[in-house]
Ligand binder design. Structure first.
Ligand SMILES: [Zn+2]
Length: 252
């Protein structure tokens, strides 16, 4: 059985058929889905989904895009939600200097605040980082030891090795199937099997052949097949290792 380690099933793209999407994923062999918070509201909804569906676990956090709207009350509310039974991580959190939807100073303040929450409650973190790799690792180092996954990995071998040296897991999305993603496939190949995680980041990043359409957790199967092909190992080996890795990081 596989796990989608990063999904956004609370998003409005799933409002009309959420139940059906979840049942279809389970039927395809996706045993668990970790639904990731991107704002306070999304984190609350993520927790609601984890209460409703036995196959869903939740992460709570505030995406760097939302940093301009972040304050102490939001931080307190996230810390409170983090104590809920099926909350397995703080995330997604990090820095996004590519889109810069929020100011950099605010992004850094938000990132620090939620790293502190994660540390206090001893939960792992789900890291989003784009065009901010050095800054992200510099900040996170201040809070070590921390357990973490770098979600939707993009970057070069230097960044990969730094993340591995810190003991982090590395998670890849369906964008490894894109024709131009040779570098990403190379990074997946270099990621040790005991650090590899798979995610859809749905509704975003549908695999090649389905681009422009909505992504959903059932595509983790295709992702695992692709990972097996890239690494030159069996599907079963990818399945066994990635599922064990997710369960070891998120402890469920
Ligand atoms: Zn995400």
């Amino acid at each position: 059985m596989l796990i989608d380690s990063h999904a956004h099933l609370d998003f409005p793209e799933f409002d009309s058929d959420r139940d059906a999407v979840i049942s279809a994923a389970i039927a395809k062999g996706i045993e668990f889905i970790v639904n990731i918070g991107s704002s306070l509201e999304s984190s609350q909804n993520s927790v609601e989904l984890s209460r409703k569906y036995s196959s869903i676990y939740a992460a709570v956090g505030v995406h760097p895009h939302e940093a301009d709207k972040f304050d102490d009350n939001v931080c307190e509310a996230i810390a409170k939600l983090a104590g809920e039974k099926k909350v397995v991580a703080i995330g997604e959190i990090g820095l996004d200097f590519y889109k810069n939807y929020s100011g950099r100073e605010n992004q850094i303040a938000l990132f620090r605040a939620l790293l502190k929450v994660a540390k206090n409650i001893a939960l792992p973190v789900v890291i989003h980082t784009r065009e901010a790799q050095i800054e992200t690792l510099d900040i996170i180092r201040e809070y070590m030891p921390l357990r973490a996954v770098v979600h939707c990995f993009s970057g070069d071998v230097q960044f990969l090795n730094k993340c591995l040296d810190l003991g982090f897991f590395i998670s890849f999305t369906c964008n490894i199937t894109y024709k131009k993603a040779q570098n990403l496939r190379e990074m997946l190949k270099l990621t040790p099997i005991d650090r590899l995680m798979l995610e859809t980041d749905c509704p975003y990043l549908s695999p090649e052949g389905f681009r422009g359409k909505r992504n959903d957790p059932s595509f983790v199967k295709l992702l695992a097949e692709e990972a097996a092909r890239i690494k030159g190992i069996s599907f079963e080996e990818v399945e066994r290792a990635t599922t064990a890795n997710v369960r070891s990081l998120f402890r469920f």
